[in-house]
Design a protein around this ligand. Structure first.
Ligand SMILES: [Zn+2]
Length: 80
């Protein structure tokens, strides 16, 4: 799924039933319960903002957070 950025895309994403992780989420919720619980408290809080009043930024931060968390480790210590 591509990253929704416009207000219309964000609204569709919010009302959709598929979470960014592929699981089912509740319509009107940004993410499924398990994804939501992984987020830092600040971002969770910001996701209660309305579209056009800070939600866009919160959503972008949440997606960036998941991308970072799901990325393979950048520094892999190798044994000699
Ligand atoms: Zn999810």
């Amino acid at each position: 799924m591509s990253l929704p950025t416009t207000a219309a895309e964000l609204r569709d994403e919010l009302l959709g039933r598929e979470c960014q992780c592929g699981k089912t989420k509740g319509a009107g919720k940004s993410f499924c319960y398990s994804c939501f619980m992984r987020l830092p408290r600040k971002i969770k809080h910001d996701l209660y903002k309305l579209i056009g009043d800070g939600y866009e930024e919160a959503y972008k931060q949440a997606r960036a957070y998941f991308t970072e968390q799901d990325a393979p480790p950048r520094f892999v210590r190798r044994l000699p």
